[in-house]
Design a protein around this ligand. Structure first.
Ligand SMILES: Cc1ncc(COP(=O)(O)O)c(C=O)c1O
Length: 390
């Protein structure tokens, strides 16, 4: 019946029927190790007992009330997010794009209030991906995504990742915001250097531009720290956006703001009907409790195991140029043929993904076991042997 669904995705024909931890099953009982985690969403894996119980319990009490009333569970989530991130306050929305949209609006209003040149100029990075809504799309680099929909907001200047001189030249007092992903997800898992992240902070301090870190894909514990930027001193953003895993698979996103950016938006400026509602917030509490209860250490351990295994593949296969990423956002860059290799892995029972620049990408659940990582690496190694370029 797929003629009733708009064809905006090139979908695999397989439909998964159920999951358990980091394993997916189709209706015939065929199984796959899930090393893609629903594109960085299913951090607690599939059918996590605590998550399932909390969602069922909350659904029996209250699913939605609207943001016209206090959201007591959302407030608890915000308090935990502030503690984990070192930021001050949260605005809740439902998708990564919507969170970025909110961050751009905060930056724009802040720019006006500062009395700086009234020009909505933004700086973003080449290979960036910030989402598909109009504002988020404007700061997304790939022209294929942007051009059919112009005119968008801007002007937007795109600078090459890790080019500190280009960054310094681009950010000036007409820049409302600089937006970047500390590890670029869709763009090919390029990690920004410590120097570049520190230079970004300095350029924003010098110009008054708002520094936005988009950690929709690389954040929420995926690197082994709550925020990917927490590995670097003096890189702290003004706003950070999170989404994908924060409610364990239910739709939730947020912008976290440090002072004084937490007070830019006032009643009437912005909203989101579903944002921070009881059901998603209850799920988010389970995710954050698990994260603080030792899951971050598991991510670091499994990430180190994955890194060692991928490094071995780089050594053993000419087709593999380098390993990229950190923790449970890692991949390998190939000479060519990432999509073919991902298809080959799928046929052998491993779900992986691609990213820009011929990268094979892994975003597994944080609960993936040592044995499952080891099997995934074996499958990848075997698929590489049969890869035309290996
Ligand atoms: C870094 C980043 N930002 C924003 C988005 C957009 O998120 P969503 O699809 O939830 O709108 C994505 C989605 O992949 C992303 O990876």
């Amino acid at each position: 019946m797929d003629e009733f669904v708009m064809h905006t995705y090139a979908r695999n024909e397989v439909a998964f029927a159920r999951g358990d931890g980091a394993v997916l099953y189709d209706a015939d009982g065929n199984e796959w190790i899930d090393a893609l985690g629903g594109l960085a969403v299913n951090a607690l894996g599939h059918a996590h007992p605590k998550l399932v119980a909390a969602i069922a319990d909350q659904a029996g009490k209250l699913i939605h009330t609207s943001n016209l009333y206090r959201q007591s569970i959302g407030e608890q989530v915000a308090e935990r997010l502030a503690r984990l991130s070192g930021m001050r306050a949260a605005f809740f929305a439902c998708s990564g794009s919507e969170a970025n949209e909110t961050a751009l609006k905060i930056a724009r209003k802040h720019q006006r209030e500062q009395g700086r040149p009234d020009r909505a100029a933004f700086v973003a990075l080449e290979q960036s991906f910030h989402g598909r809504t109009t504002g988020a799309l404007s700061v997304t680099h790939n022209p294929k995504y942007r051009e059919p929909f112009g005119p968008l907001i801007g002007p937007v200047t795109f600078v090459p990742p890790n080019d500190v001189d280009a960054l310094r030249a681009a950010v000036d007092d007409a820049t409302a915001a600089l937006i970047l992903e500390p590890i670029q997800g869709e763009g090919g898992l390029t990690a920004l250097s410590d120097d570049f992240l520190v230079a970004a902070r300095a350029a924003c301090d010098a110009s008054g531009a708002v520094l936005i870190h988009d950690e929709v894909q690389c954040g929420s514990g995926r690197t082994g720290r709550f925020l990917a930027s927490q590995f670097v001193d003096a890189a702290k953003p003004d706003l950070v956006t999170l989404a994908k895993p924060i409610a364990g698979g239910l739709a939730m996103s947020c912008v976290l703001a440090r002072e004084p950016f937490d007070r830019v938006l006032v009643p009437g400026d912005h909203g989101s009907t579903f944002g921070g509602g009881p059901l998603a917030s209850r799920a988010a509490l389970v995710f954050l409790e698990e994260l603080e209860g030792g899951l971050l250490d598991d991510v670091a351990e499994r990430g180190a195991q994955l890194a060692a295994g991928l490094d071995a593949l780089v050594r053993d296969h000419d087709a593999v140029l380098e390993r990229r990423g950190r923790g449970l956002i890692q991949g390998i860059r190939l000479r060519s043929g990432a999509a073919e290799l991902v298809r080959e892995c799928f046929a052998r029972g491993l779900v992986a993904g691609t990213a820009g620049g011929d990268v094979v990408r892994f975003l597994p659940p944080y609960v993936i076991t040592e044995q499952q990582v080891s099997t995934a690496l074996d499958v990848l190694g075997a698929a590489l042997k049969d890869h035309p370029n290996s």
